[in-house]
Design a protein around this ligand. Sequence first.
Ligand code: FAD
Length: 326
Amino acid sequence: MAGILVYVEQKDGAPKKSSLEALGEGARLAKALGAPLGAVVIGPGAAAAAAVAARRGPAKVLVVEGPAAAAFRPASYGRAVAAAARALDATVVLMGASAQGRDLAPAAAARLGTSPVSDCTGASVEGGKVAWTRPVYAGKALARVVNGGPVTVASLRPNAFEPGPEGTAGAVEAFDPGIPEGDLLVVVKEVMAAAAKRVDLTEADIIVSGGRGLKGPEHFGLVEGLAAALGGVVGASRAVVDAGWRPHAEQVGQTGKTVSPKLYVALGISGAIQHLAGMTSSRCIVAVNKDADAPIFKVADYGIVGDVFEVVPALTKAVLAAKGGG
Ligand code: FAD
């Protein structure tokens, strides 16, 4: 029976949250299709991450290590994922639509003779095939995609799927995908760590974003304060990133990050279509804007028409009080 393969992205031996979600969805689809679930983990730390992944449903986890897998390169990792899919006879390949997954899915798909279904937010089994749901036109519409070919490679939007429960560990095996050392087109010379260690926006459960309504970078303490009170991270609109108030890593939207947190709070953000493209799949959206006609209110679950300089300190105080800290 053709199976499902999940590519488990990892860092320093720990699988990424988006990969645990891909394993959860992989296990659910495997059950619905009556197909076996496998996984592949690549790079330094793969063995440790494989031990964690093995408890999340796969019957077999393949571990790829060695010099050719020492750093992420879409071409070599794509080869490895495709080889693993062939070895496990997988016709559905899943991975998180993280920055790495967005790079890797097309490379793996090309090796398997198909095109990827990117950034999926839902999946169901219909007539023995997986039907994928993915937002299109900057989130204005949802497309349902069923791959007509024999193999499907899909990337799953972080936070859109549930990680599965832990269970009995599957088998972990070393795997040599035969990546030729000589034909590497790209050589990674150095991986620079971000100055501050912070939660990746795409994996955050709570995001508090600020826009031009904050009037200047010196007022982002308000955004940071509410984010800290809620246990979330800070995001930003492009207007404030372009103005140099915040780093690009915090930008949410069409030319920034696509996020799906449980809670997205937009402070002084108008809700331009390019911003909405990156956050409308958030589970609960709260907006504070002094303009009652701001487009952000069209997508907000809760809206406060008011001045951020009055509303945000009161909100932060209320959150801290509710948590027993203020
Ligand atoms: P503004 O549009 O200036 O809105 C500020 C809001 O703050 C207003 O609604 C105002 O009513 C409110 N406000 C002002 N003062 C207060 C106050 N005291 N209290 C409460 N509310 C107040 N944008 C993105 O965000 N992400 C992207 O990835 C992105 N990609 C783009 C790609 C392209 C190709 C293009 C053309 C544009 C892109 N944009 C993107 C830009 C986008 O079109 C908007 O210009 C941008 O999102 C506006 O940011 P903003 O909401 O912070 O600012």
